[in-house]
Design a protein around this ligand. Structure first.
Ligand SMILES: [Zn+2]
Length: 261
């Protein structure tokens, strides 16, 4: 099976855009010996303890995206760490729909100093954070400057970034790569519809992407239907030839390929 490294298109665009290198070779081929990988990030953790623990107790390296300054966020991060789950900060960012961001929200009205203060405060509220992803953010991720400030802190604190891709015009991945912040983007939302049939469709699409490109990044939420679905599906993943890994484990697998560009 020959599979292409998925973010190459983005990286090629970036390299062209930076006029940093002349790419004359064919795209790198994803190493055939590596098993297709699936990253599952569960967003919006911190408000509901029972559902959050339902996610923490799922088998395998699920990645937890915990909201800042939430009643149970710090506890869930601690329990997640004990259960060998990777912890990310799920950063509320301004959206086009005008939906409330809750505490720690980053907005277009903020200047650099305030923006970074709020983001640092968010990070201080949740332990064991290794990466960031955006909660909502359809408006903020389209703007270069706030994305630059976000990546400034990610770089300084050695965090990776996952673009939740809530806008097709998001600049987050581009800005991350430009500042050499390790980054991924979401491929599939698992549970916009929580009917079992809909969850199955999304999960099967993710498996197809993993088989085709070598990996897939899935984002879900701590809904009871999602927890029940994953509890049933995760033990079968290995049989379909796909390995569940954390976001940082995938980044480490991709790194040598990206470094050769
Ligand atoms: Zn969210």
């Amino acid at each position: 099976m020959m599979t292409l490294l998925k973010p190459l298109a983005d990286v090629f665009n970036l390299v062209t855009w930076l006029a940093a290198a002349l790419i004359s070779t064919a795209p790198t081929v994803w190493a055939n010996e590596v098993q297709p990988a699936m990253v599952i990030i569960i967003d919006d953790l911190g408000y509901n303890l029972a559902n959050g623990l339902g996610i923490v107790n799922l088998p395998g390296p699920i990645t937890l995206a915990v909201m800042p300054h939430t009643p149970h966020g710090a506890l869930l991060a601690q329990r997640g760490k004990l259960a060998n789950k990777e912890v990310m900060l799920h950063v509320p960012m301004e959206n086009h729909a005008g939906l409330r961001l809750g505490p720690g929200g980053l907005t277009l009205a903020m200047q650099e100093t305030e923006f970074k203060q709020v983001l640092r405060g968010n990070l201080a509220s949740i332990p064991h954070v290794q990466g960031l992803n955006n909660h909502m953010g359809s408006a903020l991720t389209e703007q270069a400057l706030p994305m630059q400030w976000t990546m400034d802190l990610a770089k300084e604190l050695n965090l990776f970034f996952v673009d939740s891709r809530t806008s097709a015009k998001s600049l987050a991945l581009q800005q991350a790569l430009r500042q050499q912040v390790p980054a991924l983007e979401r491929d599939v939302f698992l549970d916009n519809d929580t009917a079992t049939k809909a969850l199955t469709v999304q999960f099967e699409q993710a498996m197809r992407i993993a088989h085709k490109y070598g990996y897939v990044v899935l984002i879900g939420h701590p809904y009871p239907a999602t927890i029940a679905f994953l509890k049933q599906k995760l033990p079968q993943l290995d049989q379909s030839g796909i390995m569940l890994i954390s976001a940082s484990a995938l980044i480490n697998q991709l790194k040598p390929h990206l470094d050769t560009l």
